[in-house]
Design a protein around this ligand. Structure first.
Ligand SMILES: O=C(O)CCC(=O)C(=O)O
Length: 254
């Protein structure tokens, strides 16, 4: 492991997250921005509409109304290319080892006025053991305090999974959040960074994102990577076929 990777891996182990500035080239950034805009404006008919979520109350799909694109890399080769980018996989390898699968991907579009996402841990949604799962959150726009940056509680990934309540409404959909009395809010930190940077967070890290109070979009492409050594643990749902991105498969694992 290079010295820079070790510093990043140490920070990730201690804090549960780490930021790498300017990881994406200008060309990659421009391609991803254009793709999110084209999908939001209905110019990519092959991107399934079932995987396009609107902000609560919105009726038409535009860049100003789309809240989230789901299954980005699973549906679209432009996002899959980003998910397979060697410079990102090198960071992931330094955090969870050389055998890496794509667990999920989603683009949080956070348009001006976009709603907040309350505190949660990704592991509350992700049913694999061990939870060797890391998210690369690629900033497609400058991320600032006023346009809805993520906030994290450093070190909270070391406290295990916290109980989530199912009482948060996204429009008419119920979603999960960690109750406020379970959080040490005095320790939370904002993750602000320029476009083209990536933050990497552990799936047990407590994090949220604020509402977008600015007149600028705050798009973040989140690619969730898992170790190919992890096992699927949800008996109620069939095990999905996860794509191997680097390294090798293991018998009996996901
Ligand atoms: O970008 C956001 O608004 C939320 C991101 C998030 O919760 C995640 O990447 O796990």
């Amino acid at each position: 492991m290079h010295a820079a990777d070790r510093t990043l891996a140490d920070q990730y182990a201690q804090q549960g997250f780490a930021v790498v500035e300017d990881l994406l080239s200008d060309e990659t950034l421009a391609r991803l921005r254009q793709r999110t805009q084209d999908i939001a404006e209905g110019l990519v008919p092959e991107f399934p509409s079932a995987d396009i979520e609107l902000e609560p109350g919105a009726e038409r799909r535009t860049l100003a109304t789309v809240r989230k694109l789901n299954r980005c890399a699973e549906n679209d080769s432009v996002f899959l290319e980003l998910a397979s980018e060697p410079s990102i996989l090198d960071v992931i390898e330094s955090l969870i080892g050389p055998d890496i699968k794509l667990y999920a991907s989603q683009c949080f579009m956070k348009p001006p006025g976009g709603i907040a996402k309350p505190y949660h841990q990704d592991s509350a949604y992700f049913t694999i053991e061990p939870p060797d799962l890391v998210t690369c959150w690629a900033a497609l726009d400058d991320v600032t305090l006023d346009n809805g940056c993520m906030w994290v509680i450093p070190g909270s990934h070391r406290g295990g999974l916290v109980g989530h309540a199912r009482d948060w409404l996204v429009g008419d959909r119920v979603d999960m959040q960690v109750p406020l009395d379970r959080l040490d809010l005095g320790r939370e930190l904002p993750v602000v960074m320029p476009a083209g940077s990536c933050s990497f967070h552990h799936s047990l890290l407590l994090h949220r994102s604020a509402a977008n109070l600015s007149d600028r979009s705050r798009r973040g492409l989140a690619v969730h990577y898992m170790s190919a050594r992890s096992r699927w643990t949800d008996p109620a749902r069939p095990q999905p076929a996860y794509r191997l991105l680097r390294g090798r498969e293991f018998a009996g694992c996901v």
